[in-house]
Design a binder for this molecule. Structure first.
Ligand SMILES: Nc1ncnc2c1ncn2[C@@H]1O[C@H](COP(=O)(O)OP(=O)(O)OP(=O)(O)O)[C@@H](O)[C@H]1O
Length: 470
């Protein structure tokens, strides 16, 4: 997977795109060569060929020039693999289930097509919200809106983040062309906001949106988007089989796009496991790592709000420029912590899994799993906060004796993304004597360890099937 981004724009142009031209391949052959090269796997009927460059989306209308210029001005000159395949599919009104590694550019893959759709619809004087993006957290919705606003500059489109401030200010969302929101906020405004004009519904971090806590609200919003030709697209870096089944029940003739291997950490992240003995060893290990040159900005994940507060306090006492962020803080406090971290005033941000998904701190050098992640999916998203775009990143996961049961799963994930992992870790459950050895010889272990729902478905499916086919 290393070359998904690493080849870089210049090499991509010389080695693949020009090669395609020189060899005069027909469209289907060229599509296959491109897909093979970029490790794009597709499943579905009549799949549109991948793009060779952003210029291909340019049409006669003037606004395409402007949009392309904005895209380039934002630093996006060459499409990433997921953008190459998803962009033309959405432009052809195909429903999509896209699974691509963390930091591989999924946001732009859906923003460009929905901007094009919204602009064309606005030029035809269509009223109401034309495209809607749902994301599981407020922070991610804010980030998506920021990217969106950069891309639509000068296009005379109205884009809006539906948050509490906008609701309090009495914003008339019917005058919005593209809206971004969390399912919680959206389900609250769905009653007074007409979503029947929404033609594109994007579910970012889709597997999270289908989880227990968010499912009801997500479902409510999907139902409210009643346009007969609604196009739904789902994006995530992880898609467990069970969620895929549920997701498929709401999609019509979808194309599944997978980039690289499914459900593995991004290969640009160098991952290490560090044995810390017990709880007390964690702070010592983090302090040592910070002293011995752990490069800031550093994102540190813990498993609860309380633990975030305690670690924040402990690090502040040591003179570390630290902030913490968790769901119990006010929106203003959360935004402030994120801004200070982005601007470099804060070197270490302690956070819960609230920040694990989608958040793009482009310069984060290191992710520390201070508390062992509660699932393989959490691990993939957490470590994916570094190593974004073509950058290199480092992820360190602390583990103590009580984490041994979960260790094997994470070790396997690390191995599938190309990391060297000691054999004893991958065989942990089978070879119990190693657990004993771990207890009896902590030092030795430390050296070794430091290495580089059916009812829901039916409900959702039936609601969608009732609509006329596209
Ligand atoms: N075509 C491109 N060229 C260069 N950089 C890009 C391109 N597309 C996106 N990026 C950059 O790559 C980074 C990751 O993009 P994005 O946040 O969309 O990733 P993602 O796939 O949604 O990740 P996650 O699964 O973590 O949400 C961003 O900083 C973005 O600016």
């Amino acid at each position: 997977m290393d070359h998904l981004f690493e080849l870089g724009p210049a090499r991509l142009t010389t080695c693949v795109d020009v090669w395609l031209h020189l060899n005069g391949l027909d469209a289907a052959q060229a599509a296959n060569v491109l897909r093979k090269h970029y490790q794009i796997h597709v499943k579905g009927s009549n799949v549109t060929p991948p793009l060779q460059g952003f210029e291909e989306v340019k049409k006669k209308r003037k606004f395409y020039e402007k949009l392309l210029a904005n895209t380039k001005a934002s630093g996006f000159t060459t499409p990433t693999p997921v953008q190459r395949q998803v962009l033309p599919l959405l432009l052809h009104h195909r429903e999509v289930l896209a699974v691509a590694p963390t930091g591989s550019g999924k946001t732009l893959a859906y923003l460009l097509p929905i901007i094009i759709h919204a602009k064309v619809a606005a030029l035809r004087s269509h009223q109401g919200i034309k495209a809607l993006v749902m994301s599981p957290t407020r922070e991610l919705a804010e980030q998506i809106t920021r990217v969106l606003l950069r891309l639509v500059q000068g296009l005379h489109l109205s884009c809006c983040l539906i948050n509490s401030a906008a609701v309090v200010a009495g914003t008339d969302f019917s005058k919005t062309d593209i809206a971004v929101a969390t399912p919680l906020r959206l389900s609250k405004v769905a009653k007074q906001t007409d979503l029947s004009s929404v033609r594109y519904l994007i579910l970012d971090e889709a597997d999270k949106l289908f989880e227990e806590g968010l499912f009801k609200q997500t479902d409510r919003v999907i139902k409210a988007c009643s346009h007969p030709r609604l196009v739904v697209a789902l994006f995530s870096a992880t898609l467990p089989e069970s969620v895929e089944e549920l997701a498929r029940s709401i999609l019509r003739d979808p194309v599944r796009v997978t980039v690289g291997q499914r459900n593995v950490p991004a290969s640009a992240v160098e991952q290490r496991l560090v044995y810390v003995g017990q709880e007390a060893g964690k702070l010592m290990a983090l302090r040592d790592a910070l002293r011995s040159g752990l490069r800031p900005p550093v994102l540190v994940f813990v498993n609860s709000r309380q633990r975030a507060t305690v670690l924040h306090r402990d690090l502040a006492l040591e003179g570390v420029r630290v902030a913490s962020i968790s769901a119990e803080q006010t929106p203003a406090a959360r935004t402030d912590a994120v801004d200070r971290f982005r601007e470099g005033h804060i070197h270490v941000l302690v956070c819960t899994d609230l920040m694990a998904r989608g958040i793009d701190f482009i310069n984060v050098q290191t992710v520390v799993n201070y508390d062992f992640p509660q699932s393989a999916v959490d691990y993939i998203h957490r470590v994916g906060r570094t190593g974004r775009a073509h950058r290199h990143g480092e992820a360190i996961t602390f583990f103590e004796e009580k984490d041994s049961g979960q260790l094997r799963r994470i070790a396997n994930l690390m191995q599938s993304s190309g990391m060297a992992v000691p054999d004893w870790m991958r065989n942990l459950r089978k070879e119990k004597p190693h657990l004993k050895q771990l207890k009896h010889d902590k030092r030795k272990a430390q050296a070794a360890a430091t290495a580089t729902g059916a009812a829901k478905q039916q409900q959702l499916g039936q609601d969608r099937k009732r609509r006329k086919p596209t």
